[in-house]
Design a protein around this ligand. Structure first.
Ligand SMILES: [Zn+2]
Length: 297
């Protein structure tokens, strides 16, 4: 496979060699922290691309967030997801599919809260790899933090759309390249997540691709869904804590180092009031799939 040196997302693609924004970014997983990758921005659409071809299997084999369990933090985030879905029409009868569901934590959470028709699909997880994916059969398809991991976001989007019933909803959560400062003086933003994030779409690109597919924007949520008013459970606190402990994502699943909080008044402030300082860099959009899409020509 060739390197990502031409933007695969926009109509006026820029090339890596002409890009005015490029940065070497280290992997934020402790085991691979000495591995560096080139991230560059397309001047045409502001999306970000990871340049090098990488054997991702070895990186995913030791990805710390795979150890996530349905803990207190996760439940708060998933409750927020349900709240956002409900305001767009989710009910207990909804046939909902979480595409790229990982080990299925959100699916389990939905089912245990009475959403009996919730299911998940993930080609890398045996339990969810065989889920029947009949075209046009789901009321809602969700995809949280997956599209930035795939090699071809356009065809991924087409796959998601094909699964939604005409008039149903597609919910996409992803980092927003427009709000990610490649040269952030505090260090590379967590959202860059190298080499895992292959292409990070700008919001304008996401909306353009959606428009091309006749998707209607129903709801836009411009903060990370894990934010809450509870102490410690907000993105600002989490990201600041990770940076204060060396910038490795491993810190998110390791025992909390309380000493770090005591040494940083800023981190302490964010622990309690971080909800009111939401970091930019994420977007969650609900689209309605056109009723005409599934009608044969
Ligand atoms: Zn582009």
């Amino acid at each position: 496979m060739p390197e990502n040196t031409v933007c695969n997302l926009c109509d006026s693609p820029e090339t890596y060699s002409k890009s005015s924004e490029q940065r070497q970014v280290a992997c934020h997983v402790r085991k691979f922290q000495n591995d560096n990758f080139t991230v560059w921005r397309c001047g045409g659409c502001q999306s970000l691309h990871s340049k090098e071809v990488v054997d991702l299997d070895s990186y995913y084999a030791d990805y710390p967030l795979k150890k996530h369990t349905l803990d207190f933090h996760a439940k708060i985030g998933y409750r927020n997801r349900i709240k956002l879905l409900t305001r767009c029409g989710l009910s207990k009868d909804t046939k909902i599919l979480d595409y790229g569901c990982g080990n299925g934590l959100f699916v389990t959470f939905l089912q245990s809260n009475g959403y009996a028709f919730a299911n998940g699909f993930d080609p890398y997880i045996p339990e969810y790899a065989g889920t029947p994916l009949e075209p046009g059969s789901f009321d809602i398809v969700t995809s949280y933090d997956v599209i930035e991991h795939v090699d071809n976001p356009k065809s991924y989007l087409e796959t998601l759309i094909s699964l939604v019933k005409p008039g149903g909803l597609l919910v996409l959560g992803t980092p927003n390249a427009e709000e990610i400062d490649l040269f952030d003086p505090d260090g590379p933003p967590v959202e860059l997540s190298q080499p895992y994030h292959r292409h990070i779409l700008s919001a304008r690109t996401l909306f353009k691709l959606a428009e091309d597919k006749a998707l209607e924007v129903v709801d836009v949520y411009r903060r990370f869904y894990f934010d809450s008013l509870l102490p410690l459970v907000n993105t600002r606190c989490m990201w600041t804590y990770i940076r204060s402990t060396g910038g490795m994502i491993d810190a998110a699943v390791e025992p909390i180092q309380w000493g770090v909080f005591l040494k940083s008044p800023r981190l302490l402030l964010y622990a309690f009031l971080g909800y009111f300082y939401p970091p930019k860099g994420n977007i969650l959009v609900t689209f309605r799939v056109g009723r005409s899409q599934a009608v044969p020509e």
